[in-house]
Design a protein around this ligand. Structure first.
Ligand SMILES: Nc1ncnc2c1ncn2[C@@H]1O[C@H](COP(=O)(O)OP(=O)(O)OP(=O)(O)O)[C@@H](O)[C@H]1O
Ligand SMILES: [Mg+2]
Length: 313
C-alpha cells in the first residue's frame, strides 16, 4: 500500500508536484499516467526517499521510506536513471546490492532467472542492450522480494516482445498480492496493463479511477451493426430513441442502445444481422473527455496523445 497526502515538490519556480493525494492498493496494477513533465518521476522519487517533499507526505505500508528498517525488503523500484557500474557483471551488481541489504545470496540467481538474464549474468552490464539493462533494473527491484514495487516507464525503448514480457510480469506480481505502481505516458499501454489509473497533469491529481469504468462511462462507446437491411434497422433504432449513423463502409454506429437492446429489436422487426459488436472507447478517448474542462491542461494532453498514437501495438 502506498498513500500520498497532499504531496508537494517545488524546484525553485517549478511546482513539480502539487498537493497530490492518492492511494495505491495491493493486488492490482495501478498505472500512473500523465504527459511528459507532469511530475510522475518526481512523485516516485519521493516515494522511495530520493527526493524530500516540500510539503505533505507519502507512506509505504504506513511508514515513511526513511523509517523502514530494511527498505529493499518492503519496496523495490525501477527508476529512470539507473546507476550500474558498466564494468561490473549483472550477477556482481546484484550480489553487491544483496550483501548491503541483508538479502541471501541465493536470491540473486532467483531474480536473474525471473528476468531471463541467467545466461548472460557473467557479462559486463556496460555491454547490455537497453532491454537487458531494463531487465537488470527489474531484477534489482525484485531482489528483496518486496511487497511494494514501483516502475518508472519500464517499457521505454523496449521492443514488442520486451513490452509484452514487462506487462505480464507486472500482472503476475499483482496476482501474487503485491502493490504495483507503474508510470507511463502511453495510454495504449496502460489500457492493457493497469487495473486502475492515477492520472495527473501539471503535478495535480485529475482522477483516480478503475480503467474499465473510465472506458465504459465514456460517450465514445458505441455498437457497430451490419445488416443487409440497414435502413430499416436504423429507422427502428431512431424511433426507439437511439442515435444511429450509417458509416462510409456501410456499417451502422449506434449510441444510446446496447448490443442486447439492438439484437432484440432486430429480432422483433425482423432484420438479419451480419455483425453486432460493442466498440469500447480507447483509454485515450476516455482520458481526453475526462480532461476536457481542464483548459490549462489541454495543450499538454494533445502533445501526449500524438505520442501515444505513434506506438501502435
Ligand atoms: N531535479 C530537478 N530540478 C529541477 N526541476 C526538476 C527536477 N526534476 C524534475 N523537475 C521538473 O519537475 C517537473 C516534473 O518532472 P518529472 O520528471 O517528475 O515529470 P515526468 O512526469 O516524470 O515526465 P516524463 O514523462 O518526461 O518522465 C518538470 O517540469 C521538470 O522539469
Ligand atoms: Mg519521468
Amino acid at each position: 500500500m502506498i498513500e500520498a497526502h497532499a504531496l508537494t515538490k517545488r524546484y525553485g519556480e517549478t511546482l513539480a508536484v502539487d498537493e497530490l493525494s492518492f492511494e495505491v492498493r495491493p493486488a492490482v496494477v495501478t498505472g500512473f499516467l500523465g504527459p511528459n513533465g507532469s511530475g510522475k518521476s518526481t512523485t516516485m522519487r519521493m516515494i522511495v526517499g530520493l527526493d524530500a517533499p516540500s510539503k505533505g507526505d507519502v507512506r509505504v505500508n504506513g511508514r515513511r521510506y526513511h523509517d523502514l528498517p530494511w527498505p529493499l525488503h518492503e519496496v523495490g523500484a525501477l527508476l529512470e536513471a539507473k546507476a550500474i557500474h558498466p564494468g561490473r557483471s549483472a550477477r556482481a551488481h546484484l550480489r553487491m546490492l544483496a550483501e548491503t541489504n541483508h538479502i541471501a545470496g541465493a536470491r540473486v540467481d532467483e531474480v536473474l532467472e525471473i528476468v531471463g538474464l541467467t545466461s548472460v549474468a557473467g557479462q559486463r552490464a556496460g555491454k547490455f542492450s537497453l532491454g537487458m539493462g531494463q531487465r537488470l533494473g527489474i531484477a534489482a527491484a525484485l531482489l528483496g522480494d518486496p511487497e511494494v514495487l514501483l516502475f518508472d516507464e519500464p517499457v521505454n525503448g523496449l521492443d514488442p516482445d520486451g513490452i509484452r514480457w514487462v506487462r505480464n510480469l507486472l500482472k503476475g506480481l499483482a496476482r501474487e498480492g503485491r502493490t504495483v505502481f507503474v508510470s507511463s505516458h502511453l495510454m495504449s499501454e496502460m489500457a492493457l496493463t493497469a487495473d486502475e489509473v492515477v492520472i495527473i497533469g501539471r503535478g495535480r491529481l485529475i482522477a483516480q479511477v478503475p480503467v474499465d469504468r473510465l472506458i465504459n462511462q465514456s460517450s465514445q462507446r458505441f455498437v457497430r451493426v451490419r445488416s443487409p437491411e440497414i435502413d430499416k434497422l436504423r429507422d427502428a433504432l431512431e424511433t426507439n430513441g437511439a442515435t444511429a449513423v450509417i458509416e462510409e463502409d456501410g456499417s451502422l454506429s449506434v449510441r444510446g442502445a446496447d448490443e442486447v437492446a439492438i439484437g432484440e429489436l432486430a429480432a422483433r422487426i425482423p432484420v438479419v444481422l451480419h455483425e453486432l459488436s460493442p466498440q469500447s472507447a480507447s483509454l485515450e478517448d476516455a482520458f481526453m473527455e475526462l480532461t476536457e474542462e481542464s483548459v490549462e491542461y489541454h495543450g499538454a494532453v494533445t502533445a501526449n496523445a500524438t505520442a501515444s498514437t505513434g506506438t501502435d501495438r
